[in-house]
Write a protein that binds this ligand. Structure first.
Ligand SMILES: NC(=O)c1ccc[n+]([C@@H]2O[C@H](COP(=O)([O-])OP(=O)(O)OC[C@H]3O[C@@H](n4cnc5c(N)ncnc54)[C@H](OP(=O)(O)O)[C@@H]3O)[C@@H](O)[C@H]2O)c1
Length: 243
């Protein structure tokens, strides 16, 4: 695909789920992919699978210096960053009366600050080049909330506000895309500790879910547009998801 081949695409949260799936698709289309996450074993295995046009950089998105290092490493290896996709996120859901404050803190640090640190790390480079594309993964939880998802949803509403403001500020030169997935198969939620949420999820076991390729296709669509087309928001749910 003309607009993807040879692009340098940095993906956070690339060690599993949505990020790993999209990395496979983008690499197959000829992109140079820079994979970021904390789990080295998964990243190493993926880079071995994808080959020479991929590297990984161990990155904790809650640490500003790690995002700076990620972008600088990508530039050092491939000469530039065309696309940064702030995709890393966690979802340890709970109800407010359970008081899981430490999990709230981690969601804020990873889901919100991680996106901000990514933007901060890459924006000067893209502005200086006069082009670039920044994506982030929000969620349908960034469009509406419900009991038990208050803090996660709050972080995803924040991602939506941050990305829309970024779009308005840099619309002359830089593309800005926010992806709002519905339920998708991945490891998300494996870190849920709340008994109330686990009971709820038990009842939702048979709920419809998209596979990761559905999100990869949406990202490919956004990235592969001609230079003058800026795809801003993509909302996608599996058929049957009502929320
Ligand atoms: N699956 C869904 O139904 C769904 C729906 C809407 C939105 N989303 C969003 O999609 C994004 C990807 O999630 P997923 O569904 O693919 O879940 P996943 O399989 O759990 O993937 C999450 C990714 O984020 C990374 N990550 C977590 N904390 C990190 C940190 N501190 N620093 C760097 N990387 C970190 C994980 O890697 P390490 O653990 O190796 O660091 C992993 O690669 C998230 O933002 C999520 O909120 C998912």
């Amino acid at each position: 695909m003309e607009n993807i081949k040879n692009k340098v695409i940095v993906i956070t949260g690339a060690s599993s789920g949505i990020g790993a799936g999209a990395a496979r698709k983008l690499a197959a289309l000829g992109a140079n992919v820079v994979l970021a996450a904390r789990r080295e074993e998964q990243l190493k295995t993926l880079v071995q699978e994808l080959g020479d046009n991929s590297i990984y950089v161990l990155t904790d998105v809650s640490k500003r210096a790690d995002l700076d290092n990620l972008v600088q490493t990508a530039i050092a290896k491939f000469g530039q960053v065309d696309v940064l996709w702030n995709n890393a996120g966690i979802m340890p859901l709970s109800f407010f009366d359970e008081g899981h404050v430490e999990e709230w803190d981690r969601m804020i640090d990873i889901n919100i600050k991680g996106v901000l640190y990514g933007i901060n790390a890459v924006l000067p480079h893209m502005l200086q080049r006069g082009e670039g594309h920044i994506l982030a993964t929000s969620s349908v939880g960034g469009l509406k909330t419900s009991p038990g998802i208050g803090v996660y949803s709050g972080t995803k509403f924040a991602v939506r506000a941050i990305m829309e403001t970024l779009r308005e500020e840099v619309a002359q030169t830089i593309k800005v895309t926010t992806i709002f997935p519905g339920a998708t198969q991945s490891e998300l939620g494996n870190d849920i500790t709340s008994p109330k949420i686990k009971a709820l999820y038990g009842n939702l076991k048979g709920m419809p879910k998209m596979d990761e390729e559905a999100i990869a296709n949406a990202v490919v669509y956004a990235i592969s547009q001609p230079g003058n087309i800026n795809v801003n928001d993509i909302v996608l749910r599996p058929l049957g998801q009502t929320r």
